[in-house]
Design a protein around this ligand. Structure first.
Ligand SMILES: Cc1cc2nc3c(=O)[nH]c(=O)nc-3n(C[C@H](O)[C@H](O)[C@H](O)COP(=O)(O)OP(=O)(O)OC[C@H]3O[C@@H](n4cnc5c(N)ncnc54)[C@H](O)[C@@H]3O)c2cc1C
Length: 327
């Protein structure tokens, strides 16, 4: 056995951390936008990304100003090029742990053991969706099967839509979709409907939205287009579009590791400046409560970046806050 006193720092897992002004974990629209803004303020910025975003399967991002229908990979590529041009250090890796050493030091450890330090931390790790296990879904997900009426409802105009899910989430999704179509059916896929408030059934009845409780056995498709659903009881249903009212969970537990305050769904709670309950740790994008849109995530990232910059500027370069609002 070697003498511990003579072993190198690397042997002892004590590698020197590389220090940045801001360390960002998550390189989707929120993280990339935050990184670009922070680098424009001349901060030294690290962006660690494991390359597994939630919207990977979607064929195009709707409603992103100036880039209608842009593919997720293309938007990321553009964002990464822009970040690189501003001097952001992009590291393609999984951040395994984050810890707070003191108010000016967060430490990130990647799966390969590399350590980084940042004076500020921005978590933009996103969410994951829980897919129902239905044969055929993998072929149509992102093209004719969606999770967000706000993003994809417009493409359902006057089409036959099936909402797969239960409870308030499924009812809310079906009602939301009535903006575009009146041909909606809810399928609980073998689960109890869980419509615990009378309002749910009243509203579904009034809008002629039936509920089928039988398990779905297969989604028939032609390429990535949905054609019909088969049910365990032998019934078949023609459909054009599927919406999944699915559960979600945080893409990683970094918020929990830092003991950031979170809501029941695991979203990290932030204030108007995207500051978490942990001093100098910020969060933005899908991982915080609110709308889940690519353009909103990019906007969140930018606002968080402005707040982070402000927190790094010495008091000598800032005016004191006025007691009353200035008009
Ligand atoms: C199927 C689908 C279709 C959608 N369509 C639209 C649409 O048409 N229009 C629209 O506006 N929005 C759409 N959205 C929503 C949109 O994609 C999200 O709101 C947006 O991607 C959120 O951005 P984000 O940066 O918060 O997270 P993400 O884009 O999910 O990025 C998070 C990143 O963090 C990384 N990460 C997580 N944990 C770690 C870790 N520990 N270490 C390193 N990296 C980590 C992940 O790999 C990922 O790259 C859609 C979503 C889905 C699922």
């Amino acid at each position: 056995m070697g003498d511990p006193a003579s072993s190198t720092k690397e042997d002892r897992g004590e590698r020197d951390s590389v220090a940045f002004d801001v360390a960002i974990v998550g390189g989707g629209p929120a993280g990339l936008s935050g990184a670009i803004w922070l680098a424009r303020y001349l901060h030294r910025v690290l962006l660690v990304d494991s390359g597994d975003p939630r919207n990977w399967e979607t064929r195009g991002i709707n409603g992103f100003l100036g880039h209608p229908g842009i593919r997720p990979a293309e938007l990321r590529g553009l964002g990464r090029d822009e970040a690189r041009r501003h001097g952001v250090e992009l590291v393609d890796a999984m951040c395994e742990t984050v810890s707070k050493i003191d108010d000016e030091t967060f430490e990130l450890v990647l799966t390969d053991g590399t350590h980084y330090r940042g004076r500020r931390l921005l978590l933009t790790i996103g969410l994951k969706d829980v897919w129902p296990d239905i044969p055929g879904l993998e072929h149509v997900y992102g093209n004719d099967a969606h999770v967000c009426p706000d993003c994809d409802g417009r493409d359902c105009t006057e089409k036959k839509v099936v909402v797969i899910g239960t409870g308030r989430k499924a009812v809310g999704m079906a009602l939301n979709l009535t903006t575009w179509t009146n041909q909606i059916i809810i399928c609980t896929n073998g689960k109890p409907a869980d419509f615990d408030l009378p309002e749910y059934c009243q509203k579904l009845d009034a809008l002629n939205i039936p509920v089928i409780q039988a398990p779905i056995t297969r989604i028939h498709h032609a390429g990535s287009r949905v054609q019909s659903l088969d049910f365990a009881e032998g019934m078949s249903l023609d459909t054009d579009k599927i919406f999944l009212a699915v559960a979600q969970y945080p893409a990683d537990d970094l918020g929990a590791q830092l003991r950031c305050e979170r809501d029941a769904g695991g979203h990290i709670i932030v204030d108007d400046a995207y500051h978490t309950s942990v001093r100098n740790c910020f969060a933005a994008g899908d991982i915080v409560p609110g709308p889940q849109l690519a353009i909103a995530a990019a906007g969140d990232g930018a606002i968080a970046a402005l707040a982070i910059h402000k927190s790094l500027v010495p008091e000598a370069r800032k005016l004191e806050k006025l007691e009353v609002a200035e008009y």
